[in-house]
Design a protein around this ligand. Structure first.
Ligand code: SIN
Length: 473
């Protein structure tokens, strides 16, 4: 039994609950209570009632509770990391890094809440004064994904709570345990009963509809697929609900002829193979300049072939299973389709894991933009390499996608770096680096990757309204 089960005892259920299994082995971990749509509507009403007292606290009063939550998350980081590995399959070291990353959002927004300043605007008339204040939007809902079962919860809940809002979170069906443990720790930190509620369900579509249509809800934040994001957006229209949507990506990773190739390979190992390729910001298409293509592929192939694949609980494992056997089958089909159309698998890591949820990390060359491997979000450990022969061609191929979340660019020329960064139609561009996520930076996309920003001061703004006050003297 994993330790986190001790924390979430009251959320455990019998056979009619939500069954959570370890993707590395298929073993059952726990069965948690599955909330019905009517129960979720009740949780929203309770959260809304708890909100009035919370919103009436000073920003410092709220910050103290959030700070305590942050400290409790860190004090229980090993327990949370074990839960993340068990339910999401992520290697333990990576799971621990995620817990710390998730905690950093709580720390950040505890402080940021104190800086939710208003303005005094130079007046338009001498007998009037023009002011603004910022207030929490009200009761919020959030739908979080399985690939970051801790960090995506804190990245939404912490700014909402810092802004004086209540929030009800539906975690992914595969990974409710970490979210329930976060809720338990939040209660120990002093969050009022029901203010931050986690409601796992076996009816995600029904609960999504409640989140969008319940009259007490003022905002929904969603991280997940573009397909589901569009459904939620349509449902949210009736209430004119505020939305933050962090949707799919198709990140280009450009390596120009003047790039430091060792640095670029390190960048791919970060940007492509984090969480076995299962992040929205994972490099999806490697656009490599003709003149360095072969040297780059040789170095990358050696690095990928040496990756250790296995159960995330085992020492030294770098790549765990995908979230499910279906996910692994989908990735294998994308590779087979590309190979059938002329691409080649030129390097592959050893993968002797018994579970069908594993996918062997590999490098595929000879990929063209027309292949499904280049146009769909792979969400697996496959580095798909496309040759390019100029800066203009790299930009054209990179931008030729409905998505616009993250892009990566490796070049030694600062002028070119700036020029290409400006030309890339993405919400985030990393130059000579493979990791861009941080609580201090605004995370979010353009085009069909969604809108809204998480983290940074902008992440708090998403949960606040601006009220203009005119004072006649
Ligand atoms: C995501 O995949 O949605 C989040 C990735 C990150 O925060 O770096």
């Amino acid at each position: 039994m994993i330790e986190a089960i001790r924390l979430i005892e009251s959320a455990l259920a019998g056979a009619d609950g939500l069954h959570v299994a370890n993707p590395a082995t298929g073993e059952a971990i726990a069965t948690v209570r599955a909330w019905s749509t009517a129960e979720v509507a009740g949780a929203i009403a309770r959260a809304d009632r708890a909100r009035a007292g919370w919103a009436a606290l000073t920003a410092s009063g709220r910050a103290e509770v959030l700070r305590k939550w942050y400290e409790l998350i860190l004090a229980n980081e090993a327990v949370l990391a074990e839960a993340v590995t068990a339910e999401a399959g992520k290697p333990l070291a990576e799971a621990l890094a995620e817990v710390r990353y998730g905690a950093a959002y709580v720390q950040w927004f505890a402080e940021e809440g104190r800086r939710a300043n208003g303005e005094v605007i130079p007046t338009f008339a001498n007998d009037r004064r023009v002011l603004t204040i910022r207030q929490g939007v009200g009761t919020c809902t959030a739908i979080t994904p399985w690939n970051f079962p801790v960090a995506m919860v804190t990245r939404k809940a912490a700014p909402a709570l810092a802004a004086g809002c209540a929030i009800v979170v539906k975690p992914a069906e595969a990974t409710p345990i970490s979210a329930l443990a976060l809720e338990w720790l939040g209660q120990r930190a002093g969050l009022p009963e029901g203010l931050f509620a986690v409601t796992p369900t076996g009816d995600p579509a029904g609960v999504g509809r409640v989140f969008c249509t319940h009259p007490l809800v003022r905002k929904l934040s969603f991280t997940g697929s573009t397909r589901v994001g569009k459904v939620l957006m349509a449902q949210a229209a009736d209430q004119v609900l505020r939305l933050s949507l962090e949707l799919g990506g198709n990140a280009p990773f450009i390596v120009m002829d003047d790039a430091d190739l060792d640095r670029a390979v390190r960048g791919v190992m970060d940007a492509k193979f984090r969480n076995a390729g299962q992040t929205c910001v994972c490099a999806n298409r490697l656009l490599v300049h003709d003149t360095v293509h072969d040297a780059f592929v040789a170095k990358l192939g050696a690095a990928v072939a040496s990756l250790k694949v296995g159960d995330g609980r085992d020492e030294g494992v770098q790549i765990g299973p995908l979230i499910s056997p279906e996910a692994a089958r989908r990735v294998a089909a994308l590779v087979a389709d590309a190979v059938g159309a002329g691409a080649q698998v030129v390097a592959e890591a050893a993968c002797d894991a018994a579970s069908p949820a594993f996918a062997a990390p590999c490098v595929v060359t000879g990929v063209t933009p027309a292949m499904a491997l280049a146009s769909s979000e792979i969400f697996g450990p496959v580095a798909a390499v496309i040759r390019v022969s100029s800066e203009a061609e790299a930009i054209t191929i990179a931008n030729d996608t409905p998505y616009g979340l993250a892009a990566y660019l490796f070049t030694a020329d600062t002028g070119r770096a700036w020029r290409m960064m400006e030309a890339l139609e993405f919400g985030m561009v990393a130059i000579n680096d493979g990791r861009l996520s941080s609580e201090v930076a605004p995370f979010g996309g353009v085009k069909q990757s969604g809108f809204g920003r998480e983290g940074s001061s902008h992440g708090l703004t998403e949960y606040m309204e601006i009220k203009y006050a005119l004072l006649g003297l």
